[in-house]
Design a protein around this ligand. Structure first.
Ligand SMILES: [Zn+2]
Length: 488
């Protein structure tokens, strides 16, 4: 029965569920005649029959299990909350997608004409829930909904509540009044697992006075290979703005190549770097780098042997990004080899996060003068239903969209990166996000690494703004050229 009074969907039949999780302790719910026990919840899939005779699969989640009931209840309010539009006349109630097409998702009509009780008809089936799309799919963006503090905290890479409160003023993309008040008491699993802590460092007193006057760099080795078989990252940090670029390497010997690629872009912008600071590691102190620096008129400053603090900026940046990256990755239960994606997302978010030292301007603004827009930010590792263009579907009957995991922003275009269930990297701009669900959570998988190129489903070509290293709008922005994905 379609019920306007019910706050949730309910069933009394355990065998209805396609997937089910019992509650660790029974909960109680108020009913018309007292209270009743709720034992668990899950997904119910119905082959739903519409009044025009056609039928399709409908996925209801969460459906609560209440054995004492004697009728199954579909909550009208829950369907609307999940993004459907309800229209009712004296014959029936129709829940449709909001994306203009007004396609019916679920319909309730009376068993006998003239009564006011409406029912959704069909048979319950037992499909794998992940193959059945949830509500509000299509080309549309998310249905308008209230985004909680918790979700923004995750989208923005787990900032402290102090930093969080500065976003509204220094970053674009929040609809008015949408950004919730920070909740300093939030206990975030990601923050706890990623061991985030407020970092206090003594600032060195000599600071650059303009972007690219002084640039720090450092190389970090990771304990495990990444998805694309990388083992190192090269971190480049601008001293004035704290803007950060990342380069990915398979071998230490690639340091100079990756650096050169980055430098070529800076040079093409007519930007001259005065000083570069690094430690005395062999990857930086060698003839090739020496020759390169003298050719470009750059003074290479190295820290005195055994004194690490002089190169502290780049090292601390790695630490900061790593904390954010691990908080995001662990929160979403993503495999270790995905550090490559989580750290890139961390850098992308960091460059758009207000900085106390910069009077709460973001590194992007300090470096390039552009106020970032973060409207497109999503929670790393969350569930996404990616639209499959008709020409890429295997046949006419295959689904319009596919369940994937969101893993970051694609450089130089207005597209997102996803991992599909076969662990292939997918690039697309059209998806519907469910930011409180994490498909990889609890799977404990270790994904094999891959050499294959990403699959482009749909990537609107947006020209770069003046060929900048980072073009905040309309494209997400470009970071250091990492080779394969950008070289094409
Ligand atoms: Zn957090």
């Amino acid at each position: 029965m379609c019920d306007s009074g019910a706050s949730e969907h309910f069933t009394f039949e355990l065998s209805d569920y396609s997937s089910y999780e019992p509650f660790s302790s029974a909960r109680t719910a108020k009913t018309a005649d007292g209270t009743s026990q709720l034992l668990g919840q899950g997904t119910v899939i119905m082959n739903h029959k519409l009044s025009n005779g056609s039928s399709h699969l409908v996925k209801l989640y969460p459906v609560l299990y209440m054995p004492k009931l004697n009728i199954r209840l579909i909550s009208n309010g829950m369907l609307c909350k999940q993004g459907l539009l309800a229209t009712q006349d004296d014959l029936r109630i129709i829940f449709s997608y909001r994306d203009g097409a007004k396609q019916t998702y679920l319909e309730g009509y009376p068993s006998t004409p003239g009564t006011t009780l409406t029912f959704a008809y069909g048979t319950i089936t037992h499909k794998n829930p992940s193959t059945v799309p949830p509500v509000s799919l299509g080309n549309s963006v998310n249905a308008k909904s209230i985004v909680t503090y918790d979700t923004w905290h995750k989208r923005l890479g787990h900032p402290s509540s102090d930093v969080f409160s500065k976003f509204e003023k220094h970053v674009k993309g929040f609809e008015k009044g949408v950004l919730p008040k920070p909740n300093p008491h939030l206990r975030c699993i990601g923050c706890l697992k990623g061991k985030m802590k407020a970092q206090t460092y003594k600032e060195s007193n000599k600071r650059a006075t303009r972007p690219f006057e002084l640039v720090h760099m450092d190389l970090k080795e990771y304990p495990s290979l990444s998805y694309n078989k990388y083992k190192y990252i090269l971190v480049v940090v601008d001293d004035f703005s704290s803007y950060v670029w990342l380069g990915f390497l398979k071998h230490k010997s690639e340091t100079i190549t990756v650096f050169q690629r980055w430098y070529a872009k800076v040079f093409a912008e007519n930007i001259r770097i005065k000083y570069i600071r690094s430690d005395r590691g062999g990857e930086f102190v060698n003839k090739a780098f020496h020759d390169l620096f003298s050719k470009y008129g750059i003074t290479h400053q190295t820290s005195a042997p055994h004194i690490h603090q002089q190169n502290g900026r780049a090292e601390r940046m790695i630490q900061t990004l790593n904390d954010k990256s691990e908080a995001m990755r662990l929160e979403a239960g993503c495999p270790r080899s995905w550090w490559q994606f989580s750290i890139e997302t961390a850098a992308h978010v960091y460059n758009r996060t207000p900085l106390k030292r910069g009077n709460w301007k973001t590194p992007l603004e300090l470096n390039y003068g552009d106020v970032p827009d973060v409207k497109y930010f999503k929670v790393f590792g969350c569930e996404a239903w990616v639209f499959i263009p008709i020409e890429k579907r295997s046949d006419k009957l295959s689904p319009k969209s596919e369940l994937m995991t969101f893993i970051g922003y694609e450089s130089g275009s207005k597209a997102y990166r996803f991992m599909n269930s076969n662990n292939n990297l997918i690039i697309s701009a059209q998806a519907t996000f469910f930011e409180d669900r994490f498909p990889r959570l609890g799977k404990n998988e270790e994904i094999t690494t891959k050499d294959s190129a990403p699959i482009l489903l749909d990537q609107p070509n947006v020209p770069d703004v003046q060929g900048r290293l980072d073009s905040p709008s309309p494209a997400w922005g470009r970071r250091m050229n990492r080779g394969r994905t950008l070289d094409r």
